[in-house]
Design a protein around this ligand. Structure first.
Ligand code: UDP
Length: 476
């Protein structure tokens, strides 16, 4: 006879849109399986965000841990990277460690309230300390990587081999992968300068990453058939832990948006003729880069939708100032029906799935990459931080669906309007762009098949759930 024991899964994402979205999707997918009870745990304001991301019919439970933002120098109700200015990101990261006692109590109460039903924890790698909670309570633990396999593996490798053996030259071979070469501009400043545990920011990430290989396994938001060498590299970096590629897990658009003005604007343009421009939910470029981008877009003659945020150094809550753009730019573009600026949150999934969208100028955040490629839309890469640099390189060199236009938003990365014009033209109007679109459509098919019936990612998810919930306790 089959058992009807309820199997419980607790998921705990880091507080950033790019993490909350795939975690919600993973939670929802698991909750659709028979006899699985799924709970997302987070701080109060992020619980509200998670509720708005989940489909309204979802049975995923939401549980708030007590958290007072002002204890950590954060403004009231602002506990996520998309509502905080950049200089408060680190206090937010640091504040997550204070959640440990409340999370421990939450898990141990769940265990004592129903000792017979298996429970497992899926947590964000930025919450490395959750491994210790799981070990102390004898519960299975896995990390869910919301970035890709290749980017995550390079990132882990950089931390593992810190300090890196830079010579005077500007580039470096990864110690354990000599054929992977990186430039200084592709490495987070923390790993270039923050060479010691006296730097609290360096020490924080060091603490979390040291926990990585203590977990029972790794789930990653990618498809094996899409990132074959990435998954292999991630397995190496994970020190023999099982790796389950269960993606792409994407947000399902919850409301029909046909009356959205931007979607309406797109509909008035020919197929694959509009460039969508966005740097994600937390990154932004410098004021001078913004002007060069605007001038280059204008000169290219391409139609565009640009999700625009104040340049670095400005709180994005202050509102937008015209002086950040070339004089009369927004009005001129609107009058010529050439381009629209979205101030605020864009319906990105809907824009990328629209037939008029022909390419995506993106910071190469992993969710953006997956959303673009699943829709067969090639990428003009402008990576800014973290593992975005490696996502971009991998898509340029290995998959052929991306061309890099710029790198970084610091003073040292100069972007000129002529380059923007030339690259945008070649992707939107030239043969190079046609070839990239053909490849992006092929990759899109691979990605969609992986999460379709009987696909490799669905089978990986089955395998993960069997492993995670077949025993009451994880490994010692
Ligand atoms: N997003 C959106 N509208 C916006 C900005 C972002 O819907 O105006 C969504 C985007 O579709 C993606 C997520 O927010 O799902 C951003 O994640 P990503 O990994 O691309 O970048 P991050 O913001 O984490 O740097």
């Amino acid at each position: 006879t089959t058992t009807t024991t309820t199997k419980r899964v607790l998921l705990f994402p880091f507080m950033a849109q790019g993490h909350l979205i795939p975690f919600s999707q993973l939670a929802h997918l698991i909750s659709l399986r028979n006899n699985h009870s799924v709970t997302l745990v987070n701080t109060p304001s992020n619980i509200l965000t998670l509720r708005s991301i989940l489909p309204s019919s979802s049975t995923v439970r939401l549980s708030s841990l007590p958290f007072n933002p002002s204890d950590h120098g954060l403004p009231p109700g602002q506990e996520s990277t998309d509502s905080l200015p950049f200089h408060l990101f680190f206090p937010l990261f640091l504040s997550t460690e204070s959640l440990r006692p409340a999370f421990t109590r939450f898990v141990s109460d769940a265990l004592s309230s129903d000792p017979t039903s298996p429970l497992s924890i899926i947590a964000d790698p930025f919450l490395g300390w959750t491994v210790d909670v799981a070990k102390d309570l004898g519960v299975f633990h896995a990390f869910f990587l919301t970035s890709g396999a290749w980017g995550s593996a390079v990132f882990l490798s950089l931390w593992t081999h810190h300090p890196l053996p830079w010579s005077d030259s500007d580039d470096l071979a990864l110690p354990n992968r000599p054929n992977v070469r990186l430039r200084r501009s592709q490495v987070t400043p923390l790993l270039l300068h923050g060479d010691d545990d006296d730097n609290p920011e360096f020490a924080f990430f060091h603490r979390q990453i040291a926990q990585f290989c203590k977990s029972d396994g790794v789930i990653v938001n990618t498809a094996e058939g899409f990132e074959r060498s990435g998954v292999e590299f991630l397995k190496e970096e994970s020190g023999g832990m099982p790796v389950w590629a269960v993606g792409p897990l994407l947000r399902v658009p919850s409301t029909p948006l046909s009356d959205d003005t931007h979607i309406g604007w797109l509909a008035g343009h020919p197929p694959a003729s509009v460039l969508y421009v966005s740097f994600g939910s937390m990154n932004t470029i410098s004021a001078s880069q913004m002007v060069e981008l605007a001038m280059g877009l204008e000169a290219s003659g391409t139609a565009f939708v640009w999700v625009i945020r104040p340049p670095i150094g400005f709180d994005f809550k202050v509102g937008f100032r015209e002086e950040w753009l070339p004089e009369g730019f927004e009005e001129r573009m609107r009058e010529q029906n050439r381009g629209v600026l979205i101030h605020g949150w864009a319906p990105q999934m809907e824009i990328l799935s629209h037939a008029s969208t022909g390419a995506f100028l993106s910071h190469c955040g992993w969710n953006s990459v997956l959303e673009s490629l699943c829709n067969g839309v090639p990428i003009v890469g402008w990576p800014i931080a973290g593992e975005q640099f490696y996502n971009s390189t991998m898509m340029v060199e290995e998959i052929g669906v991306c061309v890099e236009i710029a790198r970084g938003n610091g003073n040292e990365s100069v972007v000129c309007r002529e380059d923007v014009e030339r690259i945008v033209r070649s992707v939107m109007m030239g043969g190079e762009g046609e070839e990239m679109r053909r490849k992006a459509r092929e990759v899109g098919e691979v990605l969609r098949a992986a999460v379709g019936e009987g696909g490799a990612s669905v089978r990986a998810m089955d395998d993960f759930l069997r492993t995670a919930l077949s025993t009451m306790a994880g490994k010692d």
